[in-house]
Design a protein around this ligand. Structure first.
Ligand SMILES: Cc1cc2nc3c(=O)[nH]c(=O)nc-3n(C[C@H](O)[C@H](O)[C@H](O)COP(=O)(O)OP(=O)(O)OC[C@H]3O[C@@H](n4cnc5c(N)ncnc54)[C@H](O)[C@@H]3O)c2cc1C
Length: 386
């Protein structure tokens, strides 16, 4: 019987642990924090905020895998009236409909975008520069990057498609992603996985294969390997609770610059006390920008989409998420160029900035499953049908 050590008890670590235990391995998970989940933790309340994921994309491999194991749980659905309250900030005003040139980039027959060109250059040939910029900024909802147009066209196109598919791919676990993590932890325990929380590993053990399922900078420190880097986003996160007012936007996407605000209680009222709404905004910060610049953009969109919000605030929190929003690929590079999973000497990486396909947490999922299959020497799962 294989004995596998997993370092990190976030989405990647729990996926690796369950996959290995299902294949008959004896698994121990070490998690530094006193609770599991990593970036997918949901705070206890009264405002149930997520640092990281809100949306679970139904088109991803993790969706079927979680579903087959009954780990998703109840989903929050967006009432049709709320769905009509998506607003687009374009040319300084809020609009209900996207600019026509942007739609050209969403047509099914649009050719696959090239890897080697940046998105802005490629998209400009189809939609003109203004349409291309608007599309790049819309895609920032899944990119968290200050200049999405400068990234690989193929990379941005995939995210733009996933974020605009109809019916929408984004689903919301009721009560936040933390509820999915709780179910995964219960499944792992049921399969006999030993989980040690409050247990930071400073030196990977040598007697078992190890899956290092931490964020990439932490993996670099643990393995003393300064080549373990890959670009990611830097974004201001603004969490707000507001007293309810009818007519608030459901979400506001900034097409003039990257930025997004969503009222998550529109689909899941359980995230805030009765009579209050919970919002999160993400506003990427470029190298020449300050946190205050990003917050000013956030507050401007709030002024437009959430009338009287300043007088309605019951709770507010600001943070900067730096390098924690998953990999971004520059022109000429794909997920295959990111740090390889197999580091030699029985050490494997899993996480959202390593060499595995997918959008955001799907990279963590795919890398975790692949790392386990490499350890076991056989496919742990056919990802095409996962
Ligand atoms: C603002 C934001 C929004 C996002 N939105 C979405 C979204 O809507 N949909 C989506 O799919 N994804 C989203 N993501 C991405 C998603 O959050 C991550 O891809 C995913 O949570 C990463 O999981 P992970 O297990 O790879 O890493 P982590 O969640 O970072 O887990 C790593 C774990 O390792 C532990 N650890 C670190 N060092 C050690 C050590 N030495 N010993 C033991 N334990 C250690 C950490 O405490 C942590 O719990 C978002 C991310 C952010 C920041």
């Amino acid at each position: 019987m294989h004995h596998i050590t997993v370092i990190g008890g976030g989405f990647a670590g729990l996926t690796a642990a369950i996959t290995a235990a299902e294949a008959g391995a004896k698994v121990t998970v070490y998690e530094a924090h006193h609770t599991l989940g990593g970036r997918a933790r949901t705070t206890a309340g009264p405002y149930r905020t997520n640092e990281g994921p809100h949306a679970l994309y139904a088109g991803g491999p993790h969706w079927t895998w979680l579903r087959q194991r009954d780990l998703i749980g109840p989903l929050a659905s967006l009432p049709p009236l709320e769905a009509t309250r998506l607003r687009l900030h374009h040319h300084g005003a809020l609009r209900r409909t996207p600019p026509f040139p942007l739609l050209k980039l969403l047509r099914r027959r649009t050719a696959p975008a090239p890897v080697d060109t940046d998105f802005l250059d490629w998209a400009t040939t189809i939609a003109g520069e203004e349409g291309a910029r608007a599309a790049a900024h819309y895609a920032a909802v899944a990119l968290f990057h200050h200049d999405p147009g400068s990234l690989s066209a193929a990379f941005v196109q995939e995210r733009l498609r996933r974020a605009t598919t109809l019916p929408p791919e984004a689903h919301y676990p009721r009560g936040g992603w933390g509820t999915v993590i709780d179910r995964m932890a219960a499944r792992a325990t049921h399969l006999g996985v030993r989980i040690e929380t409050g247990s930071r590993v400073d030196e990977p053990p040598e007697n078992t294969p190890v899956v290092v399922a931490t964020a990439l900078p932490a993996a670099g420190r643990l393995l003393r390997d300064d080549t373990l880097t890959w670009p990611s986003g830097r974004t201001v996160l603004l969490d707000l609770a507001l007293r309810t007012r009818r007519g608030d936007a459901f979400a506001v996407s900034d097409l003039d610059a990257p930025g997004w605000i969503e009222r998550f209680t529109a689909q899941d009222p359980s995230l805030a006390p009765a009579g209050e709404q919970l919002l999160q905004g993400q506003f990427p910060v470029g190298p020449g920008d300050t946190r205050a610049d990003a917050l000013a953009r956030a507050e401007h969109l709030l002024d437009l989409g959430f009338r009287g919000w300043r007088e309605r605030v019951t709770w507010r929190r600001e943070a900067v998420s730096d390098g924690r929003t998953g990999a971004v690929d520059l022109p000429g590079r794909t997920w295959r160029d990111r740090p390889a999973l197999d580091r030699g000497d029985g050490i494997y990486l899993a996480g959202d900035q390593v060499a595995a396909p997918g959008v955001l947490s799907e990279v963590s999922f795919n890398s975790a499953v692949t790392a386990v299959s490499l350890i076991l020497g056989r496919p742990a799962l056919d990802l095409k049908h996962a």
